[in-house]
Ligand binder design. Structure first.
Ligand code: 2YC
Length: 277
């Protein structure tokens, strides 16, 4: 899991309005709309409930400690969506206790291993890796005008790539799994075979060949330069949850409206919407 740093986070809050417009242009849906699409929720009904759903974002000092503005940025994303969200004045135990005492509906917090949302009434746990893979697969579904029956190349078979692949199979697409460490791709294929017949899941071993074959891509690796500029075709569509982004600045200019990437917003939005029971 890539640990975000201050510079990854610095411009997210101030850029939310523009990013929302960008998502609308690229996918036809807003940040909230995409999160609703990912969880099959009716956006109108969600909007009726969202203002009264209180979420405390709690800084966590464990391990490598607090990332400057991480909690404040998560809170800003939630408030942008319409949630009744605040950053707790107290970290750790005190923050969790205060959330329960003030009858918050949910908390969100992250240590070095997991970033989660917890609904304090239903006990539902929203995991950032699961939600991020699911929401970026949904982005690809929207950008493709329906991903059903297409093949999608999933680069990176970790927790996020796995959740994306699972979602893509639920959406009746086919997946080609690539990981720099092939056993990871093979074990993902094994675990996915409970969701789909084997013929809808294949292992890709040559990423360059795969990039010339598949136009729909999930880039879920923690590496830069995963998709070289010279392999970007004029029909390629990329949903990229991976941090850092595996595409160069020139590659981003080539892809333009056929690339969606962010480091926190879509995953956070998906987590929060999934907590609304
Ligand atoms: O500020 C705090 O409360 C820190 N404990 C937050 C640490 C977050 C570590 N995780 C990450 O940087 C990202 C997550 C946003 C998702 C995956 N890695």
């Amino acid at each position: 899991m890539t640990r975000l740093n201050k510079s990854d986070i610095r411009h997210i809050s101030s850029g939310l309005e523009e990013y929302n417009r960008e998502l609308q242009t690229k996918t036809g849906r807003t940040l909230l709309g995409i999160a609703c699409h990912a969880y099959g929720k009716n956006e109108i009904q969600v909007k009726h409930r969202i203002n009264s759903f209180s979420i405390h974002v709690i800084p966590v000092t464990a391990g490598q400690g607090i990332i400057t503005d991480f909690s404040e940025t998560v809170t800003a994303i939630l408030q942008f969506l319409g949630f009744n969200a605040l950053t707790s004045d107290n970290p750790d135990t005190s923050g969790i206790a205060h959330a329960f005492e003030s009858k918050a509906d949910a908390v969100m917090m992250a240590d070095d291993k997991r970033f989660v949302g917890i609904n304090l009434n239903t006990r539902v746990v929203a995991d950032n890796s699961e939600a991020t893979g699911r929401v970026f697969a949904s982005v690809l579904d929207l950008m493709a005008g329906g991903i059903k029956d297409h093949e999608v190349l999933v680069l990176g078979c970790g927790l996020v790539g796995a959740a994306a692949a699972r979602t893509l199979l639920f959406l009746n697409s086919r997946v080609a799994l690539y990981d720099v460490y092939p056993p990871i791709a093979h074990s993902l294929k094994e675990s996915l075979s409970v969701y789909a017949t084997f013929d809808r899941i294949r292992i890709e071993t040559d990423v360059n060949r795969a990039l010339s074959k598949d136009q729909y891509i999930i880039e879920a690796t923690p590496a830069a330069g995963t998709i070289p500029d010279e392999l970007i075709s004029d029909t390629m569509v990329v949903a990229a949850p991976g941090v850092p982004l595996g595409i160069s600045k020139i590659g981003c200019q080539i892809l333009k409206n056929r690339l969606v990437h962010d480091k926190l917003a879509l995953g956070t939005a998906a987590m929060a919407v999934s907590l609304l029971s």
